[in-house]
Design a protein around this ligand. Structure first.
Ligand SMILES: Nc1ncnc2c1ncn2[C@@H]1O[C@H](COP(=O)(O)OP(=O)(O)O)[C@@H](O)[C@H]1O
Ligand SMILES: [Mg+2]
Length: 440
């Protein structure tokens, strides 16, 4: 650990890469629009870098960990950002601003800056965090609404006022859902009287499909201003989107990405998500619910036409199961015959396939064995049909009609929505980890 005292002249910028902890001894500084005075203390984790702007001559005491560094520069991208944002915030209210850029381009930082400057100017400000893979406000896999009542150094300080489940951390196949969720939260933000609403988007910005996904999002949300962050790795995409939007009357501003920032590896991104899950599962317990008394959405196993006991017996013969293997549940859904079996494995050979065709015609057979459901992420619904919490499935018992869900939500649960990620509690680290994906 290296201790340093750093003096900063007014309007210079200190670029700091973590891990660093510092105390502001004298003066005033700005971190993404957040104004701090002594005895402000802050910790920058190893996966982050920040620009500290001196509002006046200032002095900081710093402890730098391994791999950390701090250097003073005259001018930084963030100063240009501040000047542009200041002008944008003069626009008519309510004002919706969408931030677009690739991973590690500064989307969250720009979102923080806009929100802090808006709060500072006295506007009622909200953020819609639609970056489902690297969320700042709600848990990953959710689009979240945060309402600011003060400036924040980091968006993670904001408690979500409302959230909408997407169920996955990758946006490729769920753009429509993401758009619906943004619209839902936007309606809420406006009903709460928000004057400035900043919408942060996911970091999928590689290739034409990604550009089109962003066009679709803008088409439906119709923000008043679109910021595109232009980073070296997405110059083509940034220019393409800009040119497309210029064919319409869309107010679009291209800004440069910050330089010399700390980029996060895939593993770092995963562990950031896991610490967020862990926060939302803090003190979680297992709740048992009667399957007959709840609505369970988005789970194919619970859709379609359930097979009766007699039909399950027929299926058992078709599959050639030995007597100690049991079919606990089977359903016919969208041309799929899904069977959950207990007590052994099924060998699907040409005879089984022939019998299957003879009995059911053209169906796709999906056999799930015990524990198929373990860890499945779910969104929890209350009696008002609102999404009120996150959970993951511990057990679904079709014979006794119950489901066990781990969550720290304490109210009554009237419904669940299934997602595509599987979570588990890791005793060794005490973290809730992603360990697999679910799809059928
Ligand atoms: N002007 C800047 N100087 C130094 N670091 C910055 C600057 N702007 C952003 N960063 C840092 O760059 C990293 C990536 O920024 P972030 O806003 O998290 O990107 P994104 O949300 O697009 O993934 C973060 O550690 C952030 O604090
Ligand atoms: Mg981000």
């Amino acid at each position: 650990m290296l201790q340093k005292t750093i003096t900063l002249k007014k309007n210079t910028v200190l670029k700091v890469k973590g891990p660093v902890s510092f105390t502001l001894e004298k003066g005033t500084i700005r971190v993404f629009g957040f104004e701090a005075k002594p005895p402000f203390k802050h910790v920058i984790p190893s996966y982050k870098s920040i620009p500290i702007v001196a509002c006046e001559d200032s002095c900081l005491n710093m402890a730098l960990g391994e791999g950390a560094n701090a250097s003073i520069i005259e001018n930084d991208t963030v100063c240009k950002w501040e000047n542009i944002v200041k002008k944008v915030l003069e626009f008519k209210k309510p004002l919706t601003i969408m931030v677009i850029g690739t991973v590690d381009s500064g989307k969250s930082s720009l979102t923080t800056l806009i929100a802090n400057m808006a709060v500072n100017m006295g506007f009622k400000t909200s953020i819609i965090d639609a970056d489902i893979g690297q969320s700042d406000i709600g848990p990953p896999t959710f689009v979240s609404l945060g309402v600011l009542d003060r400036q924040v150094v980091s968006l993670s300080e904001i408690k979500p006022a409302m959230y909408s489940f997407i169920g996955t951390t990758t946006p490729y196949r769920v753009i429509d859902k993401v758009i619906m969720s943004i619209l839902k939260l936007l309606t809420k933000a406006l009903s709460l009287g928000s004057q400035v609403i900043v919408i942060n988007t996911d970091g999928w910005f590689k290739g034409r499909k990604a550009v089109e996904a962003k066009l679709q999002t803008i088409l439906h949300i119709k923000p008043h201003v679109v910021f595109i962050i232009r980073k070296d790795s997405c110059i083509g995409e940034a220019d393409l989107l800009y040119n497309y939007l210029n064919m319409f009357n869309v107010n679009v501003i291209v800004i440069e990405a910050p330089k010399n920032i700390k980029e996060r590896s895939i593993n770092e991104r995963k562990s950031i998500r896991e610490s967020l899950y862990s926060k939302y599962f803090y003190n979680a317990r297992v709740v048992s619910l009667n399957l007959k008394n709840i609505v369970f959405m988005n789970l194919s196993v619970l859709g379609g036409r359930f097979l009766s006991k007699e039909e399950k017996d027929v299926l058992k013969d078709v599959l050639g199961l030995n007597p100690n293997i049991k079919i606990v549940h089977a359903t016919m859904v969208d041309g799929n015959l899904i069977a959950i079996i207990k007590g052994g494995a099924v060998v699907i050979d040409s005879n089984v396939l022939r019998r299957l065709r003879e009995t059911y015609g053209h169906v796709r057979l999906k056999v799930l064995s015990e524990d198929w459901e373990k860890g499945l992420i779910v969104s929890l619904l209350n009696e008002k049909f609102d999404e009120v919490g996150i959970g993951y499935v511990e057990k679904i018992d079709f014979e006794k009609d119950f489901i066990k869900v781990r969550t720290n939500y304490e109210g009554k649960i009237n419904g669940l929505i299934a997602g595509n990620i599987k979570l588990m509690y890791d005793e060794k680290t005490g973290l809730v980890r992603e360990w697999g994906k679910w799809s059928l």
